[in-house]
Ligand binder design. Structure first.
Ligand code: DX5
Ligand code: ZN
Length: 212
């Protein structure tokens, strides 16, 4: 299992130090949640702060866009050379165009679906992305209760095996040592965890507990 700590739950007063700490503690990716106050009822950080994160991160960035205008934000963040940019299925009319746009920057495109969005909507786009992110909370806030989406993970695994076997499955929201084994068994490749990791004094121990 790869682990992507979500910096949404970090102490923003010492953000650079937090980013270095999770990288040293064994993070595989640094998950950055970008919210615009329109697609989700919360706002987070923009390119100035994400650049400061990119400057100190020793691991690749995994940027999760929760925004209405994907094109605008992709153009803002692409110069920071993240490994992934994920966009929400629900926020976009032109999924294929957005995936190609992200790839044109030499960044891996990923698509995200909310807990109530069915996996079947991914049947045509899955060929064009490198990762699918399944939300296991409603996007907008850290620290929410995990929604069991195990059936969706299994359904997605079958779709990926049929249409794009190298595509990865990421799960985001409420991940902890309580559900990590079931997520692994269902076929998840990468977990995002915010409050679980940053709520521990020992980040390395918390990350290790998710590397099953
Ligand atoms: C929610 C974000 C998540 C969030 C996860 O909208 O996409 O990445 O930070 O936080 P936890 O792990 O606390 O649910
Ligand atoms: Zn996220």
């Amino acid at each position: 299992m790869l682990v992507a700590p979500s910096i949404l739950s970090a102490d923003f007063g010492i953000l650079a130090k937090e980013v270095v700490s999770i990288c040293e503690a064994g993070a595989d990716l640094v998950h950055v949640d970008v919210m615009d106050g329109h697609f989700v009822p919360n706002m987070t950080i923009g390119p100035v702060v994400v650049k400061a994160v990119a400057d100190v991160a020793m691991k690749p960035l995994d940027i999760h866009l929760m925004v209405e205008d994907n094109t605008f934000f992709i153009d803002l963040f692409a110069p920071l050379k993240p490994k992934y940019i994920s966009f929400h299925y629900e926020s976009e009319k032109h999924h294929h165009r957005i995936a190609q746009k992200i790839r044109s920057y030499d960044i891996s495109p990923a698509i995200v679906i909310n807990p109530a969005t069915p996996v079947s909507c991914l049947s045509e786009i899955v060929k064009y992305v490198d990762m699918v992110l399944l939300m296991s909370v409603n996007p907008g806030f850290g620290g929410q209760k995990f929604i069991p989406i195990y059936d969706k993970i299994k359904e997605l695994k079958s779709l990926i095996e049929a249409k794009n076997p190298s595509c990865l499955i990421e799960v985001d929201g409420g991940v902890s040592d309580k559900n990590i084994h079931a997520l692994k068994a269902a076929g998840v490749d990468i977990v995002v965890a915010g409050s679980y990791i940053f709520g521990h004094r020992d980040y390395a121990a918390a990350i290790k507990s998710l590397k099953v």
